[in-house]
Design a protein around this ligand. Structure first.
Ligand SMILES: NC(=O)C1=CN([C@@H]2O[C@H](COP(=O)(O)OP(=O)(O)OC[C@H]3O[C@@H](n4cnc5c(N)ncnc54)[C@H](OP(=O)(O)O)[C@@H]3O)[C@@H](O)[C@H]2O)C=CC1
Ligand SMILES: O=C1OC[C@@H](O)[C@H](O)[C@H]1O
Length: 396
């Protein structure tokens, strides 16, 4: 007997760019990606501006007519037909809006970065536990099948010991003409800057290769804590607003000696000209070979080059062949549905955290970004760093 798919009912909090992309992905039939065990429903969307804006948003993504439109976030989180809230506001607002949803008894998927700083992340983690609700940061990259496969290759030793990882996600060439000072990318009031918006993807790759994949179990004994990196960094600020414009982070894992270099910029781009191929953005170097990945947030292709030095140990399973693998995104989607499927499965199975994107690791990444901001002197207004709740000015 086949069981019915588990249905997860979503409330979309905010109606901007990524809310649109994510909601469109939710509406793609999960069968197109062989995920027949779960189903997503758009129960409602809310705009802090007006109910008509929420209604326009729902029409623009072709949501069913049964989806409700609200003119405030408070109404959304009170809706009994909503199981999980997707928080898609600017960085500065994640703590307040996630708390709003958790306090109302909803599960939450919140856009990256989960919060402005690590102490806010820790507080949300504690609250989710207390409320017995699922909480995850929407680092969609981690759920791409290619990312899962790469983590498996690392974990099963195919690359040998990982010695070094380079990862870049840099985006824009001409900030002053593209963004006015109010834009969320460069506005300190919205916790703008390259690091929190783009650098988090570079850090994600360093973490997937050097932290997530660390052996967590001591043989036959208790769980071993994973080793946090020692962090040093260089930051160049964007003159007009004081957020970080170009940031490079060096992560050193003392027990293995492995290094990660995570870079980001809104002044130069990883792919400066789409008309010309750029080198792969990620390079994971192991004692048995190198694996490169084309693009940080949305990995589509990896290339595995076995080390040529046979003295280094047994050849990896790929038997000294260069392997290139490309995977298209099914169903005409953007690739955000895989993280949504993870939410559905975790909630169905009564899990409060994902094993792929768990809150312990999320908090360590936040601690790294805190350190980088401290080292570079990137300061945000006090209110958005605060643990106080509720605070005025967040549409609450
Ligand atoms: N995973 C990914 O690939 C991506 C993730 N993101 C993340 O998503 C989040 C939102 O980014 P994005 O959608 O590009 O941003 P937008 O500016 O396009 O949308 C943000 C939305 O938040 C709401 N909002 C509430 N308060 C404010 C405020 N004070 N200022 C501005 N907006 C406000 C608005 O919706 P309303 O008026 O309806 O309330 C607005 O439309 C960020 O955390 C970002 O890092 C962004 C792009 C890609
Ligand atoms: O998450 C993101 O990835 C893609 C970028 O375009 C966007 O600015 C960023 O928020």
């Amino acid at each position: 007997m086949t069981s019915l798919p588990f249905t997860l009912r979503w409330g979309i909090l905010a109606t901007g760019g990524i809310a649109t992309t994510f909601t469109k992905d939710l509406l793609i039939d999960p069968e197109t990606r062989s995920a027949g065990d779960i189903r997503h429903v758009i129960a409602a969307a809310a705009s802090s501006t007006s109910a008509s804006r929420a209604r326009d948003f729902l029409s623009s993504v072709n949501a069913p007519s049964s989806s409700k439109a609200y003119g405030s976030y408070k109404e959304l989180v009170q809706d009994k037909d909503v199981d999980i809230v997707y928080v898609a506001t600017p960085h500065s607002h994640h703590y307040q809006h996630t708390r709003l949803a958790l306090e109302a008894g909803k599960h939450v998927l919140v856009e990256k970065p989960i919060t402005v700083n690590a102490q806010q992340c820790a507080k949300l983690r504690q609250l989710a536990q207390e409320k017995n609700k699922f909480l995850m940061e929407a680092v969609w990259t981690r759920f791409f099948p290619l990312s899962r496969e790469i983590c498996n290759l690392i974990q099963n030793g195919s690359l040998g010991n990982i010695v070094r990882v380079y990862a870049d996600f840099s985006f824009w060439n001409d900030v002053p003409t593209e963004f006015d000072t109010q834009h969320r990318m460069i506005n300190p009031e919205l916790a703008g800057g390259a690091l929190l918006d783009l650098g988090i993807y570079s850090l994600t790759w360093v973490f997937m290769a050097l932290y997530h994949t660390q052996q967590q179990q001591e043989p036959a004994t208790a769980v071993k804590k994973r080793e946090e990196p020692v962090v040093s960094s260089a930051v160049t600020k964007y003159e007009t607003t004081g957020v970080d414009q170009t940031t490079t982070v060096l992560l050193h894992f003392p027990s293995t000696g492995a290094h990660g270099v995570a870079s980001t910029s809104i002044q130069v781009a990883t792919t400066p000209n789409p008309a010309h191929a750029s080198p792969d953005a990620i390079r994971i170097q192991g004692t048995l070979g190198d694996l490169t990945v084309n693009y940080a947030p949305r990995p589509r292709t990896y290339t595995l080059i076995p080390a040529g030095n046979e003295k280094r140990g047994q050849p990896a399973p790929f038997a000294y062949q260069v392997v290139t693998k490309h995977e298209d995104i099914p169903g005409g989607g953007h690739g955000m549905f895989w993280e949504a499927d993870e939410c559905a499965r975790c909630i169905r199975d009564g899990k409060l955290e994902s094993g792929v994107c768990g809150l312990e690791e999320t908090e360590v990444v936040m601690r790294v970004m805190d350190q980088v901001r401290r080292q570079g002197g990137v300061v945000y207004p006090e209110g958005i760093e605060s643990l106080e709740f509720p605070l005025g000015g967040f549409g609450l």
